[in-house]
Ligand binder design. Sequence first.
Ligand code: FDA
Length: 405
Amino acid sequence: MRAFDSPEVSAVSFFPVIIIGAGAAGLMCAAQAAKRGRQVLLLDHANKAGKKILMSGGGRCNFTNMYTEPGNFLSHNPHFCKSALARYTQWDFIALVGQYGVPYHEKKLGQLFCDNKASDILEMLLAECREHGVDLRLDTRIEQVGKTDSGYHLHTSAGDFTCQSLVIATGGLSIPTLGASGFGYQVARQFGHELLPTRAGLVPFTITEPNLKELCTALSGTSVEDCVVSCNGQRFKENILFTHRGLSGPAILQISSYWQPGDSVQIDLLPHIDLPEWLACQQRERPNSELKTLLGELFTKKMAGLLAEQWFVSKPLKQYSAAELEAVAQKLANWTLVPAGTEGYRTAEVTLGGVDTREVSSKTLESLKSPGLYFIGEVLDVTGHLGGFNFQWAWASAYAAAQFV
Ligand code: FDA
């Protein structure tokens, strides 16, 4: 299927720029390069462009974050993202969104979402591509990529193409049903690049320890607001959510990107309360109240009952020794657990690791191993926190490459 009208392909068609992957980064790069007057062919194996954009932000696309800065990104080479992020900022993308009259709002923590639907962002990017004459072809399988004297050669299900600049914008491994594939990594390896180990990020934890699993299953759907979740020296204050299989919610998704199998995770369920002080005060003022009743004022009744049963012996407060009350405070403020694993690429929002940025120019996004080859977006070892940062990286890296392809 051809998305836009385009001439029939002859034996080998030449395009100065070919971009593989019509997701967030590919669409942005295509539009910006075409705006510079470059003739661009944009290829994707999926039957629709920007599927992840449509699914993102619960259908409303959290398209950027007002507080984007390099510290919001994980990479083995943390300085790499700085240059591109500085040259196409969140404010540049917000201006584009404003130009198209897309209504949006800040949900929280600088996260900007569409008021209506994520398709507003996709339509905007497609309109930019159309306006500047990008040739977008979907349902196209890339069967082979090779080097020529002056660029690259592609053998595809839609014919053979050559180009000067080849941009890989095929994203990571998360959610294969939305078109994700390891293609970008394969091309990188083919042209001599090192790959950093990949793993699922921004992903729920699974729990198998029987007592804990029972607790999670029983509380499935319950969320606890503003918990502090820590692991490996990182901490996030956000909601957590119990699920049938373990734990999710924004704070868990954030910390999952810092978690490695076997690591323990600490959760402060009540960071806004000085628990030892509060419990001592309650003991003085309401000595006959049961711990379970007290917890019921802090959590849902069901959660209070389960915690009182599983974690503590519920009895009237006056019967607790100071050490016992201290232990209650300690458990609630420093709940430590070892997740069995994560839900994996099936549900992960992003892929950590990938193409090693030490072999890519931070200014042009061009390979330092194979001239004329570019990597943008999630295929690179640059992964944002939850909250619109991953799209901002896609826009910024795409814009940077588009100035040089
Ligand atoms: P992206 O995955 O967008 O695009 C890659 C494209 O390459 C796809 O169109 C794919 O079909 C194509 N492709 C892959 N293999 C190919 C092959 N072999 N041949 C041809 N084409 C191929 N981020 C954020 O900032 N805010 C948010 O609200 C969300 N929400 C969100 C929800 C869900 C459910 C997910 C899975 C992810 C998010 N994200 C997010 C993350 C965000 O979607 C992601 O970081 C960007 O889409 C990455 O952009 P890329 O263009 O690099 O890859």
